[in-house]
Design a protein around this ligand. Structure first.
Ligand SMILES: NC(=O)c1ccc[n+]([C@@H]2O[C@H](COP(=O)([O-])OP(=O)(O)OC[C@H]3O[C@@H](n4cnc5c(N)ncnc54)[C@H](OP(=O)(O)O)[C@@H]3O)[C@@H](O)[C@H]2O)c1
Length: 386
């Protein structure tokens, strides 16, 4: 049986006991365990993948810490996480037409599209019986993979950073600009100000905004990430200069700073992703007609707002989950030309995946964390290893 990482309700409970129930002290690396997985038999519409590399993602941290919900318990006591991967097709079912053995593919995590194509559930999270890709092999439906654009100019690790984060950023951007354009069309305003708070999805969101000619501003506590974005023409703000918005005075100072940068106008679109302390800061700096968008709740699941204040300013708050399946393929077209992700300086070995999750939680990484799963890489990607 292939090796794969699992999260069990028992290991969540044991770690909770160890820290006396204090979620702040939980260490995901003690919860995510190297295990084995029995994969389903290959069906006619399935492909078997050899997993090459994966990125660490916050949903795995949320599953291990069980802070938003105890998903391992809800999944019957055990789950196999991992919903962002690059793999090589090593076997195809009888009815598979789009892929052949030897193709290199990326995954998307839309587990069950609704009537409009948006996910009702996420693969390897709340989709029942879904087995994730933090393992040596996987069996998935042909509809779950997209050919990797190997000639896009990105290296292997950069491509492995994108399967989950790029479609999220892509959907957020097309939603946010669409909402803004409903209010202010191109005949009135061509170039707008766009601000994102720290994190991989935000970075990609800002790359889309910049690419389309807008002014993009990255407010992050990470010097490495700010430097990378600055090299792409995205203006930096050090979030730590505003104490990560610990109190109202910090938000006020940040608002003054951003208004100063933008001739008093503020920003038209904010990519939040974290909620918590960054949420009021994001609302404060919005211009009239502004849009605040998020698909993450890393710091808090709750937000509140003054409806009268936002109404008078014509502000829209939007929440979203994840792209449609065609949208994921469209996002993949932009690898390399638009999406140039920041990669953490260590490429983790497979056995070190739990540490990668813990270090992501601790926010000590210099970019998106990548785990190399396969030692022996196919010929097609060997030249893409930096
Ligand atoms: N719905 C979806 O499909 C989807 C997809 C991907 C991610 N998400 C969610 O979105 C969130 C961000 O994901 P990501 O992949 O962009 O994460 P990421 O690349 O790991 O970035 C997270 C960022 O959070 C910032 N941060 C950490 N602690 C903070 C604090 N106390 N105050 C302010 N900022 C803090 C850090 O920014 P700096 O240190 O640089 O300031 C860090 O770079 C997560 O909650 C994740 O679950 C949702």
């Amino acid at each position: 049986m292939p090796r794969a990482f699992s999260i069990s309700a028992d290991s969540v409970a044991a770690e909770r006991d160890r820290v006396g129930g204090d979620l702040e002290k939980m260490d995901a690396s003690r919860v995510v365990k190297l295990d084995e997985v029995k994969l389903r038999d290959l069906g006619p519409g399935d492909v078997r993948l050899k997993i090459l590399a994966v990125s660490a993602e916050h949903n795995v941290d949320h599953a291990a810490i069980a802070d938003t919900m105890n998903i391992a318990e809800a999944r019957g006591g055990k789950m196999y996480p991992g919903n962002s991967a690059m793999g090589e097709v090593i076997e195809v079912g009888a009815n598979v037409t789009k892929f052949a053995v030897g193709d290199v593919v990326v995954t998307h995590c839309n587990g069950e599209p609704d009537m409009y194509g948006y996910p009702l559930r996420i693969w390897a999270y709340d989709q029942p019986d879904s087995v994730g890709w933090y393992g040596e092999e996987a069996v998935v439906g042909e509809w779950q993979v997209i050919k990797a654009p190997l000639d896009c100019g990105l290296n292997l690790w950069e491509m492995a950073a994108l399967p989950l984060r790029a479609p999220t950023a892509y959907h957020m951007w097309r939603r946010a600009i669409g909402i803004y354009r409903l209010k202010v069309d191109r005949g009135q305003r061509a170039r707008i100000n766009v601000l994102g708070f720290g994190g991989g999805v935000s970075e990609l969101f800002l790359m889309l905004a910049k690419h389309e000619g807008h002014r993009a501003i990255f407010c992050s506590g990470s010097p490495d990430r700010r430097k990378h974005l600055e090299s792409l023409g995205i203006e930096p703000i050090d979030q730590k200069e505003f104490n990560r918005f610990a109190d109202k005075g910090d938000v006020k100072a940040f608002n003054k700073h951003v208004k100063g940068m933008t001739g008093g106008e503020g920003v038209h679109i904010v990519c939040d992703m974290l909620r918590g302390n960054v949420y009021p800061a994001g609302l404060a700096v919005l211009s009239r007609m502004g849009v605040n968008i998020s698909s993450g709740w890393q710091l808090s699941t709750q937000v509140d707002y003054n409806s009268a204040n936002l109404s008078v300013r014509q502000i829209t708050l939007d929440h979203l989950h994840y792209e449609t399946v065609p949208g994921c393929a469209a996002a993949t077209e932009l690898y390399g030309s638009v999406f140039k992700p920041t990669i953490h300086r260590e490429i983790y070995a497979f056995e070190d995946l739990p540490r990668a999750i813990h270090e992501m939680h601790e926010n000590t990484q210099t970019g998106i964390p990548i785990v190399r799963v396969a030692e022996d890489l196919p010929e097609a990607v060997r030249s893409l290893v930096p």
